[in-house]
Design a protein around this ligand. Structure first.
Ligand SMILES: *Cc1c(COP(=O)(O)O)cnc(C)c1O
Length: 231
């Protein structure tokens, strides 16, 4: 079922990404598709890998661990994209290649320590609440620059860039503004510390075109690839 669905949906998603990239004068290959498999069974992940997707995203540590346990760390590039509690930092370091959702310096410190204890370097993105909505996690836009620069000073870490979630609206201007704030925050931070990476994780099923036009390097796509998540 997932294999058949992806044979239709993956070309559609690739096409949406490519068209938006070209509209903005960008190379479509500069936008990675992270397949968000949360809530879907292992068959979905296996079908995604077969279809040529290499980046898989999960939003809960427990589910990530289960799926990594079943398929192996080497089967994919594993992305932890959901809110992460500090006490689960070490588990996220263990079971992912990139943590998108680092929303405090304290959490980055926990991740740094966990990576140091394992003798590895953790790769992460700082999550910024660019929309200012109370319900969204992430660094407040006003404090993001200082916090991100502080994260880049921690050992055993590489800050690859920034991540945001847009508000759930159709207003293109509002969406574009939230993504632009992320891009400008990254540019300001990189001007201060060029060691900071250039990744912008932004764009989901409903807003990927706007995100790509505003410079996204990673879109996180669930519904458009796999359909509605089972309840
Ligand atoms: C679920 C989720 C997505 C994917 O959302 P879709 O609308 O299904 O594409 C992207 N990012 C995060 C952080 C998510 O939790």
């Amino acid at each position: 079922m997932y294999r058949e669905r992806l044979s239709r949906t993956l070309p559609e998603v690739r096409d949406r990404v490519a068209r938006a990239a070209r509209e903005a004068g960008r190379d479509p290959a500069a936008v990675r598709i992270v397949a968000v498999t949360k809530g879907h069974p292992l068959e979905a992940l296996e079908a995604a890998l077969e279809a040529g997707l290499t980046d898989l995203g999960e939003n809960r540590v427990e589910e990530l661990e289960q799926k990594v346990g079943a398929l192996g760390m080497g089967a994919a590039t594993w992305h932890m994209i959901g809110h992460l509690q500090s006490r689960k930092a070490a588990r996220a370091v263990e079971s992912s290649h990139l943590i998108h959702s680092v929303d405090s310096v304290r959490l980055a410190q926990k991740i740094s320590r966990a990576a140091g204890e394992r003798g590895t370097v953790a790769h992460l993105l700082a999550q910024v609440n660019t929309s200012g909505e109370d319900a969204k996690s992430g660094l407040a836009a006003g404090e993001a620059l200082a916090a991100v620069l502080e994260m880049t000073e921690l050992p055993h870490l590489r800050v690859e860039g920034l991540m945001t979630m847009a508000p759930f609206v159709d207003d293109q201007a509002v969406l574009a503004r939230t993504f632009r704030v992320l891009r400008e925050t990254l540019a300001a931070a990189r001007a201060r510390n060029p060691a900071l990476g250039a990744e912008l994780s932004m764009g989901m099923t409903n807003d990927l075109e706007t995100a790509v036009r505003e410079g996204s390097t990673m879109v996180r796509i669930g519904t458009a690839l796999f359909g509605e998540r089972p309840a």
